[in-house]
Design a protein around this ligand. Sequence first.
Ligand code: GLN
Ligand code: ZN
Length: 752
Amino acid sequence: MIQVATIGYPRIGPKRELKIALEKFWKGEIAEPELQNTAKDLRKKNWQTQKDNGVDLISSNDFSFYDHVLDTICLLGAIPERYKWDGKAVSLKTYFAMARGSQTSELDVPALEMTKWFDTNYHYLVPELTKDQNFKLSTNKPFAEFEEAKKSNFNTKPIILGPLSFLLLAKGIDGFKTINLLSKILPVYKEIIKKLSDLGAEWIQIDEPILVKDLDSHVVSQIKNTFNELKKASGSAKILVATYFEDLNEEIKDEIFASDIDAVHLDLVRGTKNKNYVKNSKKKLSLGLIDGRNIWKTNLQEKIDFIKSNASGDIIITSSCPLLHSPYDLDLEQKVPAEIKKWLSFSKQKLQELNVIKNFIDQGTHQEELKKNVMDVQDRKTSKLIHDDAVKNRIKIINKSITERKSTYTTRAKVQKDIFDLPKYPTTTIGSFPQTSDVRQARAKFKRGELDEKSYDKFLEEKTIDAIRKQEKIGIDVIVHGEFERNDMVEYFGEQLKGFTFTSSGFVQSYGSRCVKPPIIYGNVFRPNSMTVRWSKFAQDQTKQIVKGMLTGPITILQWSFVRDDQPRKNTAQEIAFAIRDEVQDLEKNGIRMIQIDEPALREGLPLKIKDWKEYLSWSVDCFKISSAVVKDETQIHTHMCYAEFEDIIGSIAALDADVISIETSRSRMELLTTFEKFKYPNEVGPGVYDIHSPRVPSKDEIKQLIQKASKLIDPTRIWVNPDCGLKTRGWPETIDALTKMVAAAKELRLN
Ligand code: GLN
Ligand code: ZN
């Protein structure tokens, strides 16, 4: 018998209802009961959608007001002292203080650190645990949601983030190993499981995505016992341990399968090795058949064949990972062209796909649906929209003449020094300037057709000229045009490239109330026309200073899109890389002498297992070089990256061979630069000298000190001075103030 399950459903709302309610609540426009009602409504709708679409094991406790790791922090009472928690049931006030910081007279604290959830674009709040950390059941959330569902006649499968993932994703204060707290945390987990079982849960899902990573043997040796302990507390409830995002290593798989838990969830989309664990499995399996983090229709016949030849007995079928990473419902979609829409499947449609598989295998029904799926899948395979031989042929030959600059950095640097004649500690910015409300309004009006193209263009010209004059007045050495014409650094390029399409409804949660709407790459990518020359050239024509051209790199475009799944990601990246190469060449031809190619997402694309890093880094570095190496020695290539731990990948960053790299460093007070020092990073570096995420304006002396600190780590003749990242989220007054101080600091240091 086959059961269809969800292992987590999206929670922000089909129309982002939760986002809207949260933001109103934070502004004080609605009170807590109204927020709670919205949440209740959304949960109920989610359960109903799952039921209506034939889900047998419906999830609960997959809702969150902000983040499920934060929910677990509260559940376990692991709230850091600075939030002044009173030890009673955790209030929304304490909850949001951890999520977003608090600036009231009672409580003036920053938020918990936030970081990427595995290799997705979702961010979680990092638990902070002390050596003598105590845990205590401190919220009712999983129980209340289970009962809430029960009242509406849904018998749900509560989901709890497991103890191993929770501890290993947490930060140990003063560097102690958080896994040492396992014996202390387990009693609370057992209490939670017992309580859920007592309330009548038939299944309890323990999420342990961390098990797909490389774990040291000390951790591996504790897996079996941990799960046995949890099972002991479960009474009549069954325990499903869910792993996802990758394969399980053989030895980890053996430990889980040897434990007493009732079922294991395997990701069969990313985890190709996992497929070997299905045949003759001694445990009940939950098969993650359908891609939970992409938007393509599944080839159902393929999945049916797989089940028929591999699985036997009772199985659960579901998505590869929680549907948190998929948009809600394709029925709401209004923008994607019809011929592409029929290739797509969002969360609700994925449930329907699972149903076809189940019913076709168990009862031989749903033949019409299956037939339709076969047709749509075939249609996509053979569509003319997807295939472009010229593009496919272009990526076939990638050799050194394409990926290498003509001369080495040392030679280039000499040539560039002579022609640019920049002072010591040259100043610049990362690209964008404040996207003030007039900019956003004009764009919205233009998109709605209320502002004609000519007027919009004129408006952008004025904005650009204004930004240039401001930079000249402040005395910035290398200036930028300001990116006023861009909504988003990926969307702007996607809109002009072939092979991309956009949705009206394809939102996925990024963090808290923030959602992103990634473009869809469906076909071979190429650049029919120049994309940025118009604005870079316009800007250069307005000033004697050097204007830096501004592009988004191929890996970042890839990483922040829904990528086609019918060819390797590497090939898609290479196609984008050639499109950017064409743009770089065009900029150079049009008199742009410095070109920045941003790659903030290079690091987050790293595979989860270290054994796969080398391959990824090799093709991603090559992609950057395909884009950049086309220029003459005289043209200076910049790149920019933010918020990454560079230590593991500094070799690859150097291999990009950009003439200048600007990076985030100010929050870590230049600590990051020690990595560059140790590695003897050869090219020029612009360590960010102030944090653009905060409206706070640094003093001139603070900036000076940071530059001086940097100069001890890197040869001062190779240091640039710039903020951490683009300035689009800031206002003009603080931007002018901060940049003026930055320039003054650089000028004073030049005198030494
Ligand atoms: N050039 C982009 C900007 O300034 C870079 C953004 C980023 O690094 N995320 O906005
Ligand atoms: Zn940045």
